[in-house]
Design a protein around this ligand. Structure first.
Ligand SMILES: *Cc1c(COP(=O)(O)O)cnc(C)c1O
Length: 412
């Protein structure tokens, strides 16, 4: 017999979930996961069907590299599989220790702290840096984990319009807070554009603020040898500023998993002492650090991966500019591997994604709340694993879909 403490006519909120999920369906906002297996190059087996994928952040094509797989296996042999506890409780492995030094040297900053995930890094380090009575200044298009980290900190949050440095300057001028933190993606994850890092840093200097840069999409890709956005702008090594905290993830171009934050010795030591998502979490397995050592070497030495990627970006942009010139769809002004094709409506973006899927191409539609309302898009992500023929296939398919869909739009 069911025992209920509610009277029959009182609806429990727990019964509302099916209807709430149906509402997501109705507004084309329900997300679904596909079951995937890697095949050759940029091909994936998706729910059993072979597809050419443009949805991966594996920008250099390293995620399935035999040398990384071998290094991970060797790391498992040497260190085991699990780290067993927080690095502050059970110590951290020699592989993780060495990786932190290698990462700091690679990006040209004094110290680094290695985390198991990028999301956990940002939601932890921001509250370690600022709190009640302090102020955070955040670009409107920042990644969710910067936003969540800012909220967790309880500092006052000033959100400025995307890349509007005049607005940022004004907000910094008006803020009475003594501790000011400016947070920004270096490469914006859904638009692919690059923050003006030198200008951000100049503002931070003028207002005695600290600058936290999230280079999840620049590390490995931007700058000489892929050393990231600071090296790209000449702000690393001897030119590094103690006002910059640099954060990057290791599951994208580096092809493995995890993240790190790098900066001055004092800042990194403080983060080690105060970041709750570091202190109260089990360390990343050392086998990942082993794979990451090999990944760093490939990032540094395989210049051809970046050269090939850049050729593909140019080829895609040229091809789409030509094929979509009569279309309402707009390619964003990105020069990075993230190429957003703005469609507008959620259902329209989903229909284009579906049209591509029928042709064996997988390009994700990105919808609100990940992007602002009315800017649903295809997020085309390119990788060194793609071939020129792969790009041509996508351009051709989008050209055909644009022709097939626009007349109906014009009538509607
Ligand atoms: C992917 C991403 C993260 C999160 O990193 P994970 O290691 O996947 O948790 C953080 N910031 C940005 C800008 C990202 O794109």
């Amino acid at each position: 017999m069911a025992i209920s403490t509610c009277s029959p006519q009182t609806a429990s909120w727990l019964d509302e979930f099916p209807a709430r999920i149906a509402a997501l369906d109705d507004s084309h906002l329900r997300r679904r996961r596909r079951v995937v297996r890697p095949e050759n190059g940029a091909r994936l087996q998706v729910d059993g069907q072979s597809m050419l994928a443009f949805c991966s952040n594996d920008y250099l094509g390293l995620a399935n590299h035999p040398a990384l797989i071998e290094a991970a296996c060797a790391g498992a042999q040497q260190f085991g599989v699990g780290a067993a506890a927080s690095p502050l409780v059970s110590g951290h492995s020699a592989a993780n220790e060495a990786l932190e030094h290698a990462l700091a040297t690679f990006v040209g900053l004094p110290s680094a702290l290695y985390f198991y995930a990028g999301y956990a890094t940002n939601i932890g380090i921001i509250p370690a840096l600022v709190g009640q009575g302090d102020a955070i200044f955040s670009d409107a298009l920042n990644h969710a984990c910067l936003i969540d980290g800012a909220r967790l900190s309880r500092a006052q949050i000033h959100r400025y319009a995307h890349a509007d440095l005049a607005a940022l300057d004004e907000a910094l001028t008006l803020s009475p807070a003594r501790r000011k933190l400016v947070i920004s993606d270096a490469v914006f994850s859904m638009d692919g554009d690059l923050a003006d890092v030198p200008a951000l840093l100049a503002l931070c200097e003028r207002h005695d603020a600290l600058l936290l840069l999230d280079d999840a999409h620049g590390f490995g890709v931007l700058g000489p040898q892929g050393r990231g956005c600071l090296a790209h702008f000449g702000l690393s090594g001897a030119n590094a500023s103690p006002r910059v905290l640099y954060m990057a993830t290791l599951g994208k171009a580096a092809g493995v998993a995890g993240a790190f934050v790098a900066g001055s010795d004092a800042l990194v030591e403080w983060l080690l002492q105060k970041t709750r998502s570091y202190i109260f979490a089990t360390a990343a397995p050392a086998l990942l650090a082993s794979a990451l050592h090999t990944s760093l070497q490939l990032i540094e030495h395989d210049e051809w991966r970046r050269a090939h990627l850049n050729q593909l970006i140019t080829r895609l942009r040229r091809g789409l500019a030509e094929r979509l010139q009569d279309s309402a769809w707009q390619l964003g002004a990105s020069l990075t591997a993230i190429q957003p094709l703005l469609i507008g409506r959620n259902d329209e973006a989903l229909a284009v994604m579906e049209g591509l899927r029928e042709r064996g191409l997988w390009v994700p539609a990105i919808r609100p709340p990940t992007v602002p309302d009315g800017t649903a898009r295809l997020r085309i992500a390119l990788s060194a694993a793609h071939t020129e023929a792969d790009i041509d296939e996508l351009v051709q398919a989008l050209g055909e879909l644009a022709v097939a869909r626009q007349p109906a739009d014009a009538l509607g």
